[in-house]
Design a protein around this ligand. Structure first.
Ligand SMILES: Nc1nc2c(ncn2[C@@H]2O[C@H](COP(=O)(O)OP(=O)(O)OP(=O)(O)O)[C@@H](O)[C@H]2O)c(=O)[nH]1
Ligand SMILES: [Mg+2]
Length: 461
């Protein structure tokens, strides 16, 4: 495939010690070479691959020195894109790095689109689609574990599993083909049926297992989505601050202080939490607060874990009971806060409402009970037996959707065989499963989807 030579700034914008402009393509070395003036007249086109060289870049219009640089020369195919790659290390700083980019663009490179380097690695066959997506996950990883999952996927762990399943299906399809070609042999037909059920059941089980990891994968990637809810003024924002050990949210004694959803990432005893503090839920005339309350209700729906806060120094209200109703069926920890004040709450009634949920009492003001709460969160999470280990996690929503469709297709084929439908119909379902799994690793995917996926990348990656 003949592609033009692309260039982009590959380091974050802003001031730093160094910044990197990267080029990839057939003309990368030539383009950098025309700008580069090395020590003793050294030419980039003559140097060995995977070496780095000190020199200056010339502005070809004025023939003046524009920047002092170190240039890495990496010849394909042993590069990120499999093409010739140049990395120009220049001084960190907006002006400097933009000037270098401008020079290489003037010399014949084209500005890369977001994710185009990774896209080339994919198009040139160095990585498959799930690996490319892992590159993005890696960049965005917010926890250590998320990073390990992404590394595993980049290494091709998921790809290999998917390929193995596709191979099984292919072999099964070959058998079906024999059966269709020689329908007169009864024993072939019987064998085919038995084999079909066997293989398809195996594939089904493997897909189910992958899907089981998806919930955990999502949590590892994004953090356990944990929503703090409760009436105004019970201490929700105080709880967020106490868990992140910083004053992130505004705390006042005015009910209705928090108006928007506040989001913070925190590690509680090794459990990655995406912590959301919400506006206290109540009926209100204040428009801003009302929007906040509406948002609280929305984030509630997508929560993995609810921290329901009550006020020890106040009686239970119908609003409290409504909140209990709203979180029915979810993972909830009930927190009765402000135990330093005189008790007004009916704890027996709270226990009735809490049912099987864990109940913790705290005084956030005096830092009492927070340890117990952290323990409750961790035990809830680890009881769900999340293990980092070597497991293959599926965490990408595109993959999850495809796996669900593939599961459906393989189930169709199994029930088809069992119901004795014509074998060529079964063949269609099997082929469909094979195709859907292929989409995960980027075989048989539509070009527009590829464009869309890569456009989510950051520039220069
Ligand atoms: N006495 C006592 N006061 C507390 C405790 N926890 C929080 N408070 C106080 O209660 C008031 C409300 O706390 P916030 O954390 O802002 O409550 P909130 O639930 O976020 O309130 P809204 O954002 O208005 O919904 C503040 O004055 C806190 O200092 C506690 O354990 N004991
Ligand atoms: Mg608040």
């Amino acid at each position: 495939m003949q592609l033009d030579t692309i260039a982009a700034i590959s380091t974050p914008m802003g001031e730093g010690a160094i910044a990197i402009v990267r080029l990839s393509g057939d003309r990368a070395i030539e383009i950098a070479g025309t700008l580069f003036r090395g020590v003793g007249g050294k030419k980039l086109t003559d140097v060995a691959s995977h070496t780095i060289h000190y020199g200056h870049l010339l502005d070809l219009k004025t023939m003046e020195v524009a920047e002092e640089v170190m240039v890495s020369v990496m010849k394909g195919p042993k590069t990120f894109t499999k093409e010739d790659v140049i990395e120009i290390n220049c001084h960190g700083g907006l002006v400097s790095v933009n000037r270098v980019l401008q020079l290489v663009l003037n010399a014949g490179a084209r500005l890369a689109e977001p994710g185009e380097f990774t896209k080339r690695a994919f198009l040139n066959g160095r990585i498959d689609l799930s690996q490319a997506e892992a590159v993005m996950d890696l960049i965005r990883a917010k926890t250590d574990r998320a990073m390990n999952v992404a590394l595993g996927q980049m290494d091709g762990r998921l790809s290999r599993l998917i390929q193995k399943l596709r191979q099984e299906i292919l072999e099964t399809l070959a058998h079906v083909e024999v059966n269709i070609d020689y329908p007169e042999y009864d024993d072939v037909e019987e064998m085919t049926h038995q084999l079909l059920i066997e293989k398809a059941t195996y594939v089904k089980k493997e897909i189910e297992m992958l899907l089981q990891t998806s919930q955990q994968g999502k949590i590892l990637r994004e953090g356990l989505s944990t929503v703090i809810v409760g009436r105004p003024n019970v201490g929700k924002s105080s709880l967020l601050n106490s868990l992140v050990q910083e004053n992130k949210a505004i705390v006042t004694d005015i009910p209705g202080t928090t108006r928007d959803v506040i989001e913070e990432y925190v590690n509680v005893r090794g459990v990655p939490l995406r912590l959301l503090d919400t506006a206290g839920i109540r009926e209100t005339e204040d428009i801003v607060e009302r929007i906040g309350v509406e948002r609280s209700r929305q984030v509630l729906k997508e929560a993995d874990l609810i921290l329901l806060v009550l006020n020890y120094a106040d009686e239970l209200t119908p609003e409290d009971e409504n909140i209990f109703k709203a979180v029915e069926g979810m993972d909830v920890i009930v927190i009765v806060n402000k135990t330093d004040l005189p008790q007004k709450i009916d704890l027996a009634r709270v226990k009735g409402l809490a049912k099987d949920h864990k109940l913790v009492t705290t005084s956030l003001l005096e830092d009492v009970g927070v340890n117990e709460l952290e323990e409750a969160i961790a035990s809830l999470f680890f009881a769900g037996s999340i293990e980092a280990g070597d497991m293959t996690y599926v965490s990408n929503s595109r993959h999850i959707a495809l796996l669900n469709q593939a599961l459906h297709a393989i189930e169709e084929s199994i029930s088809g065989v069992e119901a004795g439908v014509p074998i060529d119909i079964v063949q269609i379902d099997l082929t469909r499963t094979w195709e859907l799994l292929g989409e995960i690793i980027g075989e048989s995917v539509h070009e527009s989807l590829i464009d869309q996926l890569f456009s989510q990348f950051c520039l220069g990656k």
